[in-house]
Design a protein around this ligand. Structure first.
Ligand SMILES: [Zn+2]
Length: 339
């Protein structure tokens, strides 16, 4: 094993398998650690995660010569098709397990936070508790959301590959989705579990903890309904995806799909649902959006606000007329009674 001849036994890479996964399967066969195995490939001192991110042609050729694998098969185990903006999104192992895949097999697709099914078996990934998204959302809501998540994933794929993706980038969309559109507030009645009076006293701290309120819950109200209140907030910007749970990443990806479909309408939904300070924060996040979109948002939001005000004034006038009429009736009655 110290010379650089061909290794006697080499496992072929599985479909979409990443280099770190393949090396971790090979190393035990030779009773080696992964770094010893990497050294045995002729790449002493190299980190397997650096190698699978970018393998130079020379390094690829070296592995091919040592293993008898085709150079293309070796390169296919790397993330070379992804641009530098993707690197922070790649987990070191499968984010979530597929119930049908071997446990020690890590596929490239399962490293990205916007994959929700196994690329080989088509099975829904399970979260840490073994729950699936269709169970969490109910299958009707899930089906509808999965379409948007598909559109969101297409947008994300284009972004990590550095391909043109219209004029709205992923970080800019996530800035808005994770913006705090309303002030933090304690769990509302819908969000509280049913509790006895005693429990309410015991869990007073929980019931009064202010929860961060984000635009994601406006764009994806389905998430607002099913997410446990304490884990409802997501991290800001891109970190929302890199560090999110299955439920959060799926909802964010569906949110991206919804925004990409009609960015102006969704931005206005968020602005209308915001409180005063929140609106400022959302506008701040929108500042990174292209000027043409911002102009449409301003114009349509101005009209939407004007309509809203006109509606409120009409209601107020109606109420005043009502009470005026009521006072008249009252005074007639009064007169009637005294006469
Ligand atoms: Zn699978």
């Amino acid at each position: 094993m110290t010379g650089f001849g061909r290794l006697p036994v080499v496992y072929p890479p599985e479909v979409d398998e990443r280099l770190s996964s393949w090396a971790a399967r090979m190393a035990p066969f030779y009773a080696m650690t992964v770094s010893e195995f990497v050294a045995a490939l002729g790449l002493q001192g190299q980190d397997v995660f650096d190698l699978e991110w970018r393998l130079s042609e020379g390094q690829g050729a070296l592995i091919a010569a040592r293993t008898g694998l085709l150079p293309e098969a070796v390169q296919a185990m790397t993330f070379r098709e992804l641009g530098p903006q993707a690197r922070m999104m790649i987990a070191r192992k499968n984010r979530l397990p597929c119930p049908h895949c071997p446990e020690d097999l890590h596929r490239k697709a399962a490293a990205l936070p916007w994959r929700f099914r196994c690329p080989v078996h088509g099975m829904e990934f399970h979260d840490a508790t073994g729950e699936t998204l269709s169970a969490r959302f109910g299958s009707d809501h899930f089906k509808k959301l999965e379409e948007y998540a598909g559109a969101g994933a297409t947008h994300l794929d284009a972004w990590v590959r550095g391909a043109g993706q219209g004029d709205l980038g992923v970080p800019e969309v996530l800035q808005v989705l994770t913006a705090r559109h309303r002030r933090a507030s304690p769990p509302n009645v819908d969000e509280q579990p049913r509790m006895s009076l005693k429990d309410r006293r015991d869990y007073h701290d929980f019931l009064t903890t202010p929860i961060i309120r984000q635009a994601l819950t406006v764009v994806v109200p389905e998430y607002d309904q099913v997410a446990p209140v304490l884990t409802k907030p997501v991290r800001p910007g891109l970190h929302a995806l890199t560090q999110g749970s299955l439920l959060q990443c799926f909802s964010l990806t569906a949110g991206i799909g919804r925004i990409v479909e009609d960015p102006v309408a969704r931005a206005i939904d968020v602005l209308l649902a915001s409180d005063m300070n929140g609106q400022e924060r959302v506008r701040e996040a929108l500042r990174s959006w292209p000027l043409s979109l911002r102009r449409s948002i301003s114009a349509r939001f101005w009209r939407a606000e004007r309509d809203e005000k006109a509606h409120q004034t009409a209601e107020k006038t109606a109420r005043q007329r009502q009470s005026h009429k009521y006072r008249l009736i009252q005074s007639h009655k009064y007169r009637y009674r005294i006469s």
